[in-house]
Design a protein around this ligand. Structure first.
Ligand code: ADP
Length: 396
């Protein structure tokens, strides 16, 4: 199916035949948006996702209906595809290794996925690469618990407690304000392996998308600012209002990371910008990312097209902004009727310059149901536009 070749001292896997069918583990909105662009690259998608009603099933050529961590299902997926990529990283990495050993190509590699699945391994990797992290302590699992108070004292309060595995959108992340809260909080985590992190009183949260192909071509998107409400991304402003030095630092870190990981695909990198302009990496996501949705409307190549290009050995596309600036607002499920959701959606669609994406998922409060992007002129105030969009959706 593929031939190994040696490039830059690292085994790369390249295909003698053009890649036509891409398997995607996960079938949510990210795979759906990939599915919308796949035909423009003459690619077919096959998704592995639990429900026939999951968004990407409607746009995929075929679907394997199974949980994303079902290895037998991924074997069936691999049998129909030239390469497998991810929209969801909550996989059974060890189980999939057997498939990789038998020749299934995963892009990014399972080594990258294994790293991302464990927040401690991520932090250790960033430190090895000289990429600044928040200070942290590991607790539980292979680490003794006796030093709990001493570990917390080394970081100081407030601190942040995070599960090492399976956290997303802030689920599994809690701020611990005092020593008295420490033990009860860990108890609520059922004493699972966690990280304690210094609480970073950041000036801004920043993110950048980076794609890399098997030939080593790298494409960087502009750095964006993300703003979260209750630890879930609410809005993205692009480009981020940061100094040229900060932009250079972030792009340098992003390049170091994808090259060191020999990453093939796309990765979202989330960072904190401290009050004194230091950039600390929070975490990475080895796939398209909420912070890159604006690229659908404000870049020549969307992050979804770029992931497909990277994993299918097509040349990467240009990543600059095609407008002076843009904002993206997430549409989360509300405690109102389905009819009221539809009314709000209709009002957003009337907003000048807005493009609304509705993922056609079951409505649940807090669930990511869609997003809206607005291209802006240089004279417009992105925060003000974001506030107006948010009012249309979030006010009663
Ligand atoms: P998840 O993997 O669930 O998305 P994150 O680590 O990204 O969890 O945390 C979610 C949000 O919580 C971040 O975007 C940030 O706003 C806040 N947060 C996380 N870690 C810290 C920290 N060490 N200091 C301050 N805020 C943090």
């Amino acid at each position: 199916m593929w031939a190994g070749l040696h490039s830059q001292g690292i085994m790369e896997q390249r295909f003698p035949q053009p890649i036509r069918r891409v398997g995607v583990i996960g079938g949510g909105q990210l795979a759906w948006m990939m599915g919308l662009v796949a035909p423009t690259l003459d690619l077919e998608l096959v998704v592995q996702t639990p429900q026939a009603t999951d968004p990407a099933v409607a746009v995929a050529q075929a679907a394997v209906l199974a949980e994303v961590n079902d290895v037998a299902a991924t074997q069936a997926l691999a049998a129909q595809c030239d390469v497998i990529t991810f929209e969801n990283e909550f996989i059974d990495c060890e189980g999939l290794q057997t498939l990789a050993d038998q020749g299934t190509i995963f892009r990014p590699s399972l080594a990258v996925l294994a790293l991302v699945l464990d927040k401690l391994k991520q932090r250790q990797c960033f430190a090895r690469l000289g990429l600044p992290n928040p200070r942290y302590e590991a607790l539980g699992g292979e680490f003794e618990a006796d030093g709990l108070e001493a570990q917390a004292a080394r970081l100081g309060f407030p601190l942040v407690m995070k599960t090492r595995r399976l956290g997303y959108d802030g689920y599994g992340t809690t701020v611990v304000r005092t020593l008295a809260e420490l033990s009860p909080t860990w108890e609520r985590f059922r004493f699972a392996p966690v990280l304690l992190e210094e609480f970073v009183p950041f000036k801004q949260e920043l993110a950048v998308m980076v794609a890399r192909s098997a030939s080593g071509e790298v494409a960087l998107y502009p750095t964006v600012e993300t703003q979260q409400v209750n630890q879930i991304c609410r809005r993205v402003l692009v480009p981020a209002a940061v100094s040229a030095e900060v932009e250079t630092t972030i792009t340098g870190m992003a390049r170091t990371l994808v090259e060191a990981l020999n990453l093939v695909g796309i990765v979202g990198i989330e960072c904190f910008l401290t009050q004194d302009d230091r950039v600390l990496i929070n975490e990475i996501a080895p796939r398209t990312h909420n912070s890159g949705h604006y690229s659908l409307d404000a870049c020549p190549t969307s992050q979804f097209e770029q992931q497909l290009r990277a994993v299918s050995d097509r040349p990467l596309g240009p990543t600059h902004l095609t407008c002076p600036q843009a904002v993206m607002v997430n549409l989360l499920g509300l405690e109102v009727s389905e009819y009221r959701h539809q009314e709000k959606l209709a009002s957003l669609k009337q907003f000048p310059q807005a493009t609304v994406y509705w993922y056609h998922k079951g409505i649940r409060p807090g669930r990511k149901l869609g997003h809206v992007t607005c291209r802006l002129e240089a004279t417009e105030d992105p925060e003000q536009v974001a506030e107006t969009l948010e009012r249309l959706w979030y006010s009663p």
